[in-house]
Every structure is written in structure tokens, then in C-alpha cells.
Write a protein that binds this ligand. Sequence first.
Ligand code: ATR
Length: 283
Amino acid sequence: MTDIFDFEPRVDEYAVMGNPIKHSKSPQIHSLFAEQTQQSIHYTAIQVDSGGFKQAVGNFAAHKGKGLNITVPFKEEAWALVDERSERAEHAGAVNTIKFLNSGKLYGDNTDGVGLVNDLKNNYKIAIASKRVLLMGAGGAARGVLAPLLNEKPAGIVVVNRTQSKAKELAEHFADLGEISGCGYDSLSGQQFDIIINATAASLQGALPPLPDKLVPAEASCYDMMYGQQTPFMQWAARQGVQTIADGLGMLVEQAAESFFIWRKVRPDTGTVLAILRKEISI
Ligand code: ATR
């Protein structure tokens, strides 16, 4: 009688898909999570051309793929592609995490919002409950975080956007989840907020949305979803005397941790990984 041993190493494959993808920190973050939690995974970055997303996901599944992160510009396409969605992904209209189920079906979630909320609450100790929140921007980034933000029961969220109609549409879409309204920047004077979150693409262009003075007291918090530089919005917050000013590096690590949990059912410690990344970008 011969015993048959299967020595094939069992490494589960994960990846992030997007375009461009070269500068993604996700492979580093997930490798650090895997090392820390002793999970046997391999995580890569895959650049996908426009029109090739569905096929790329199919190919990945066929090669032992267990899960994917999806980034710009494919989050909406991923939302349309998956078979099942979490409630928060349903609301966001975008999927950043895919899990390949044993049934062969694709499960889609969106961890961006919970990543932001966890960074605010756990890393910066900023409570959202009962706070007046201003969310700048009405594109995909804003839409992706609104359900988890409203879930924290703020006193209210005002969505402000350069194109006012998009802010109003977004507010209407989320009105069933809590107190939310939309407006243009010229409606902000005379108002005050406890938390301002920048979800616009303005920082990418080195631009500052037209915010009036006296919008925030010193105890307020200003959060830019971008990371890697002191953005014009963060500089504006400093000029206004705001004490807590944050970039989006923690959100990046926290959304990754939530994806890791969805795939592996293990929650990594984000603090140590965030400290490594913070040291590398040195701001
Ligand atoms: P994303 O997926 O990153 O949200 P998007 O869907 O293109 O990208 O949305 C970009 C957001 O940034 C929009 O809300 C945009 O405002 P408009 O809807 O008026 O275009 C906002 N935005 C971009 N540049 C901006 C700027 N210089 N000042 C203020 N808002 C800006």
C-alpha cells in the first residue's frame, strides 16, 4: 500500500487591480498583515487595461485567486460584475473588495467608508456621533464613505460640491440613512462644522475648494482622504487654527484591514503597519 502525500504548498492568491497601479501600497500592506497574522497568502498588483476588467477577474479566479481589491477606475465596474453585494457596497455604487466564494460566485463589498470611520475613531480618537460633518465632493470617493459615516449617527452631514446639483442628488440618495443635505460652497458662510472631510480631487491638482473663513472652531478636525503630502486643504486647516489635521494614510491601511478580515476572518493590527508606512512617507 502506498501513502499519497500532497506536498503542494497552499498559498492563496490575492491582488489589487487598477490603472495605474504601479504606486499602490496594497501589496506591501497585505504582505505585512499576512506576516503578522501568519496567514499563507501571496498578494500582487495587476494593471488592467480599459475594457479588460471582466476578463482579468475571470483569469485571476481561474488561477487560484481567492480575493481582489479593486481601485480606480474599476470600482463601479466591479459593482456591476459581482453576484452578491454587502449593503454598504450596494449604497456606495462601488466595490473595492471581491471575495471568490466556494460556489464560484463573486461577493462584493466596499471597505472605504469603514476604513475612514475606523481611522477617525480608533487612530485619531475622533467621535462622529452627534457631530456636524461637512463632506466635500460628490464623486465616487464621497459616495463610497457616506453609508458608514451616517451609520455613526452624526448630528448631520452636509455634502458640498462645486457642481451643486451633484451634492443634492447624493444627499437624496442617502436620505433614508440619516440627516443629510447637499449644497454649493457659496451656501457655507455663517455655518460651522466639527469635522470636515475632503473627498474631492482638488488636492490632486494642488487646489483648495473655496471654503469661507470661520467654518471651523479650533477643536474641529479636518481630514483629507489624500496622503503623501501636506495638501492645500490641510494647510488651510492649519491657518484656521484647527488642532487635529489628518491625511488619508490611516484610511488606506484601515480599509485594507477590513478587506483582509473579509477574506481571512482574521483582523490584523493596523497600528504597527501604519507606523511603518508613516515612516516611509515621512510626513
Ligand atoms: P472620485 O472618484 O475621486 O471622487 P470624481 O468622481 O471625478 O472622482 O469626483 C471628483 C470630485 O472632486 C467631484 O466632486 C468634483 O467636483 P465636481 O462634481 O464639481 O466636478 C470635485 N473636484 C475636483 N476638482 C475640484 C476643485 N478644484 N475644487 C473643488 N472640487 C473639486
